[in-house]
Design a protein around this ligand. Structure first.
Ligand SMILES: Cc1cc2nc3c(=O)[nH]c(=O)nc-3n(C[C@H](O)[C@H](O)[C@H](O)COP(=O)(O)OP(=O)(O)OC[C@H]3O[C@@H](n4cnc5c(N)ncnc54)[C@H](O)[C@@H]3O)c2cc1C
Length: 390
């Protein structure tokens, strides 16, 4: 459907085709059933791990495929375009970035090959807390050094896939706010081995949510974490997670592009097939134009995603483009979702059409991993030079 895709270089097309073949094993009925049962799509995640797709961004020296972000984004885009949901495991692709960039060589040797092979799942990222929300620097979970270990106390919320993960990347305060010069200092990043932690100071409670996302609340009660699991230097954790966020935003934006195309294809096909008043509903401009407009929005957002990924791969700063890609792609996928539902009339609400499921799923991207307002405030302040609004 996409004109851009038709002109894609051979290597991207090859990735797209092999993801498409894998996704063919997991049709709509599979996603509908895991959604209805609120179950983790274990078989899909296993297949994706075994195919090496989740290790796309891990360098070959550590057992991964060493792909660029421009290549890796195609994987998530294609999963969503085929009706699947990469959110079940996308964190395995990018959460390891902090370990890769800031971990010691010993930590990388210890963890990355096992993450690359899928033997260990690093899919949980514990940042958000009930008391601080978007204001990450206000987080209250503490890690207190005691000899060769840290003792963690506090709570996280919306920690997705904690029950399915072997490892969690955890952001906690190691120096009280009152004792640091800047609020962004004194936070540290840890790799928590959930296999040892569960029942030993870590409790996980599932959150019943609007979508099937395996998201949880996590409680820390004097959880010991070996000091050797501290990533980089103590007190610099916030900076470490910030520089992983551009990759996350670009990959999530790619999922939105895939969703957008899925919705448009479904809307187009239904508009062509469904006959009311003796003619296909797609003959009415009231049905046709919103689909055409949503298509144009998705294509425009896709250009921004591709540009952001290319700048990321060049090593140049890409905060502006990564944020705009996430903003535009999440709004484009939502416009496509709304149009698709409207095109389907009452049948859009029937589970067997899958529209309502994808509609719920794609709405998330305007909230998480970062909400639209915070992206707009980033553009206002850091790109346009207006006063900080919070
Ligand atoms: C399904 C799901 C999965 C998630 N997975 C994870 C995960 O794995 N790990 C993790 O750490 N977090 C996760 N999150 C949390 C997510 O990142 C947060 O929900 C999100 O960042 C917003 O935080 P909040 O919900 O506390 O909203 P709040 O901070 O309470 O904000 C509420 C609303 O107010 C707006 N707002 C707040 N302050 C301002 C301001 N100054 N200016 C303008 N608007 C403002 C926000 O944009 C938002 O729309 C997940 C969330 C969901 C729903």
């Amino acid at each position: 459907m996409s004109g851009i895709e038709a002109r894609e270089p051979e290597d991207l097309r090859r990735i797209r085709e092999s993801v498409r073949a894998l996704c063919a094993e997991f049709p709509d009925s599979y996603w509908r059933s895991v959604d209805r049962e609120d179950a983790y799509p274990e078989a899909f995640v296993r297949a994706l791990s075994e195919s090496g797709f989740l290790a796309a961004l891990i360098p070959e020296d550590y057992g991964g495929s060493g792909l660029t972000l421009s290549e890796a984004r195609v994987i998530l885009e294609e999963i969503h375009r085929r009706g699947g949901n990469g959110a079940a495991c996308h964190a395995q692709m990018y959460t390891m970035g902090s370990l890769l960039r800031h971990g010691s060589e010993a930590q990388k040797q210890r963890w990355l090959p096992a993450i690359a092979s899928g033997e260990l799942r690093l899919q949980a990222f514990g940042v958000t807390e009930p008391g601080s929300g978007t204001d990450t620097l206000g987080l209250r979970t503490t890690a207190r050094r005691e000899g060769e270990r840290y003792i963690v106390n506090g709570q996280k919320v919306w920690t997705s896939r904690a029950e399915q993960s072997d490892l969690m990347l955890l952001l906690a305060r190691t120096t009280p706010k009152e004792e640091v010069k800047k609020r962004s200092e004194g936070l540290s990043l840890f790799l928590v081995d959930m296999r040892e932690a569960r029942g030993n100071g870590l409790t996980i409670r599932k959150i019943e949510a609007m979508i099937n996302h395996s998201t949880t609340e996590v409680f820390f009660d004097n959880l010991p974490v070996p000091a050797e699991n501290l990533i980089g230097e103590e007190g610099k954790g916030f900076r470490y997670i910030l520089d992983g966020m551009n990759a996350e935003r670009i990959l999530i934006a790619s999922e939105c592009i895939g969703d957008g195309d899925w919705f448009i294809e479904r809307a187009r096909d239904y508009a062509n097939e469904r006959v009311v008043f003796d003619r296909p509903i797609g003959q009415n401009q009231g049905i046709q134009f919103p689909i055409a407009r949503a298509y144009a929005q998705v294509r425009a957002a896709e250009l921004m995603v591709r540009q952001a990924a290319a700048i990321f791969d060049s090593g140049e700063p890409c905060g502006e483009q990564a944020n705009m890609a996430k903003l535009l792609a999440s709004e484009a996928s939502w416009a496509a979702a709304d149009t698709c539902l409207q095109t389907h009339g009452g049948y859009g609400f029937a589970r067997e059409y899958d529209i309502e499921r994808k509609f719920r799923e794609t709405r998330l991207y305007q909230i998480a991993p970062i909400s639209t307002n915070l992206i707009l405030s980033y553009i206002g302040e850091h790109v346009l030079g207006m006063p900080r609004s919070y």
